[in-house]
Ligand binder design. Structure first.
Ligand code: UFG
Length: 330
């Protein structure tokens, strides 16, 4: 076992200026890791955290990434850099395969060629598609139903093959619905355009949108609307630190589902947002959004038992309260 705690490990965080990336960078700094962020700022926002080096660049730039890994003497990489709009991935798949797979391969090549050989990857429950069994365990068949999910699964497959051939050690973290914001209100979820349900609900309460559309009320769920497992971004950040520690300690590859194990419907979410913000929403009931599975809930027992991880910030109230603080500036 390596004594990774004895020295400050150096981590390259690709996509570290984005939503989940920036929360993880903050947590890494808190725990004394030395962090270099690589981001092309296509969706990210550079915050300036003390002690973090920010490089404006792309994961597809093999020579550039290899140069950073070698000159900064990086010990491990976390890859958040990806496009993440399911709908856009259907209308413009070439952009998704290019960013998430082709450029992702350049990053993996640089990681193995520079001898770093440790990576934590942002995967997704979207790799499971429409699950046969809920709650979803890691053993569930991975059959994506959109190009976004396929790009995540392909990256997982590349890592598996690179492990077998080149000894790359990886952890795939399959997030369920990432939500919430850092407790101090300095970083939060900001996508343009916004498609995620909680930011859209909060933009409605702030008068930035006129109406909230519920996509589907005829699903086979307790109230007919879709069930999702919302996981707080600070809990996700903690899981990345545990995954990095696991790689340094055990040097074995693995994958983990990250969710709370509890699902909430869209209609229940609306009630919670109205209760917490004290504002009324103008709700319209609409038809289904293509590609939405009725229920996505994680079986998180593997992450609990192997990584010692458990969600502690992910009550729906805390998720909405922290997101509200970020969106409203209150
Ligand atoms: N929804 C609405 N109205 C809206 C927006 C969303 O009713 O205006 C509903 C959706 O139909 C869905 C739920 O709210 O039932 C959550 O939708 P999101 O778009 O917030 O998130 P998804 O469940 O679609 O998330 C999916 C995958 C993730 C993936 C993410 C990528 O579950 O794994 O898309 O953005 F990472």
């Amino acid at each position: 076992m390596n004594n990774y705690r004895e020295s400050k490990k150096k981590i390259l965080v690709a996509g570290g200026a984005g939503y989940i990336g920036s929360h993880t960078v903050k947590e890494l700094v808190k725990r004394d890791y030395k962090v270099t962020v690589l981001d092309n700022l296509s969706n990210g926002h550079m915050t300036s955290l003390e002690g973090v080096k920010y490089v404006n660049g792309d994961i597809g730039d093999y020579a550039g990434v290899k140069g950073i890994l070698e000159s900064e003497e990086i010990d491990a990489v976390i890859n958040f850099a990806a496009l993440a709009y399911v709908g856009e991935s259907v209308s413009n798949p070439r952009r998704y395969y290019d960013n998430n797979v082709v450029r992702g391969k350049a990053l993996l090549d640089a990681v193995v060629d520079s001898g770093v050989k440790k990576i934590v990857f942002s995967s997704s429950c979207a790799t499971y598609g429409i699950p046969e069994k809920v709650p979803i365990s890691e053993g569930e068949k991975q059959r994506p139903v959109n190009p976004y999910g396929w790009t995540k699964l392909m990256f997982e497959q590349m890592m598996k093959d690179y492990d077998q051939a080149y000894g790359l050690k990886y952890i795939s973290l399959r997030y369920f619905n990432a939500a919430g914001a850092d407790a101090d209100g300095t970083i939060g979820e900001e996508h343009d355009p916004e498609t995620h349900v909680i930011p859209i609900l909060l933009q409605n309460t702030l008068g930035l949108r006129k109406q909230f559309s519920v996509f589907g009320t005829d699903y086979d769920t307790r109230d007919g609307s879709c069930i999702r497992d919302y996981i707080h971004v600070t809990d996700l950040a903690d899981a990345h630190i545990r995954a990095i520690e696991y790689l340094f300690e055990r040097e074995t590859s693995d994958c983990f589902n990250l969710g709370t194990g509890d699902g909430i419907t869209v209609l229940e979410l609306i009630d919670a947002v109205q209760r917490i913000t004290g504002r009324k929403l103008n709700v319209s009931l609409e038809g289904r959004r293509p590609g939405d599975p009725d229920v996505l809930v994680a079986d998180n027992s593997k992450a609990r038992s192997v990584l010692g991880w458990s969600p502690v910030h992910s009550s729906i109230d805390n998720i909405i309260e922290t997101a509200w603080k970020w969106h409203s500036g209150e």
